[in-house]
Write a protein that binds this ligand. Structure first.
Ligand code: ADP
Ligand code: MG
Length: 265
């Protein structure tokens, strides 16, 4: 290998200029052909490095977010949902993250709550905002494990506070015992006015107490902090999955397989 090329490659590796290393030779040929100046070349080279870094950090954030599926907002069919489209579009600006506000998606199963939560998370990740997606059940397991290892403070301040947007999916499917309800409150309290949370739930607020160990004071305190600066989106209607199956003729239109109602938990 030409010693100059070998030297450039070595320096790029040492300085971690992966974008430049991958593209500088092709770009040099291109710029020579177009008779561009050294400064033009350098400018294009630096842009190349920035693009590579942006793409890499987006990929890292997306991996760390652990979305169950990547669901771009464009794939959400607003025509077959009664969710407030304008409200969702406002949320997609991510001003709610800047303002450390919360988002609550309420509604029965299959109406697109997780889809919308992931879509917002995806937009955030593309803008290189750190996101963490977790189901309520897994979150509680992690909180309990951290507590039993005397690492709760570390878990709350590093793992949870490390994400600007925390998405807690499916609150309400698992009821919490006294310790779990308390840990959940601690998490909400710790994040209050310091970071955004998106929660998806099949529960109306009246039913939250049943999940939080029937503890009225704790439920009030939890809801108080969550709702204080929040956007609440109620989504009603039939499960999108069942609707699609009915339309495809797989299920009869008068199918007895009804979606769970909001109050059924
Ligand atoms: P929920 O979290 O409310 O139970 P999901 O978000 O898991 O519902 O939605 C169930 C499935 O239906 C997913 O594959 C989701 O992408 C799809 N879905 C739901 N509503 C819509 C919609 N309005 N447009 C496109 N896909 C939808
Ligand atoms: Mg869901």
């Amino acid at each position: 290998m030409n010693p100059t090329i070998a030297g450039i490659n070595e320096l790029c590796a040492e300085l971690r200029l992966n974008g430049i290393m991958e593209g500088y030779q092709a770009l040099a040929d291109e710029c020579a052909k177009e008779q561009l100046s050294y400064c033009d070349y350098l400018s294009k080279l630096l842009q190349m490095e920035r693009k590579t870094r942006t793409e890499r950090s987006t990929t890292t954030i997306l991996k760390a977010a652990k979305f169950p599926k990547l669901k771009p907002l464009e794939s959400f069919d607003f025509a077959s949902s009664n969710v407030n489209k304008i409200q969702v579009q406002e949320l997609a600006t991510l001003r709610f993250i800047e303002n450390q506000e919360n988002v609550l998606f309420l509604g029965p199963s299959g109406v697109g709550k997780t889809h919308l939560a992931c879509s917002l998370g995806y937009i955030a990740a593309q803008r290189r905002i750190k996101v963490k997606f977790i189901t309520a059940a897994d979150l509680i397991l992690q909180l309990e494990a951290a507590k039993s290892q005397s690492k709760l403070t570390y878990y709350l301040s590093k793992v949870i506070a490390g994400s600007k947007l925390l998405i807690i999916d499916e609150l309400g499917y698992v009821k919490f015992d006294a310790q779990q309800a308390n840990l959940f409150f601690q998490l909400i309290n710790k994040r209050y006015e310091t970071g955004s949370i998106i929660i998806t739930t099949n529960l109306s607020f009246l039913k939250w107490q049943e999940v939080l160990n029937n503890d009225e004071a704790l439920t009030t305190a939890t809801l108080d902090r969550l709702i204080h600066h929040s956007h609440i989106l109620n989504i009603n209607g039939d499960s999108y999955r069942l609707k699609q199956k009915k339309e495809a003729g797989i299920l009869p239109f008068n199918s007895k397989l009804k979606p769970r109602s909001l109050n059924q938990g």
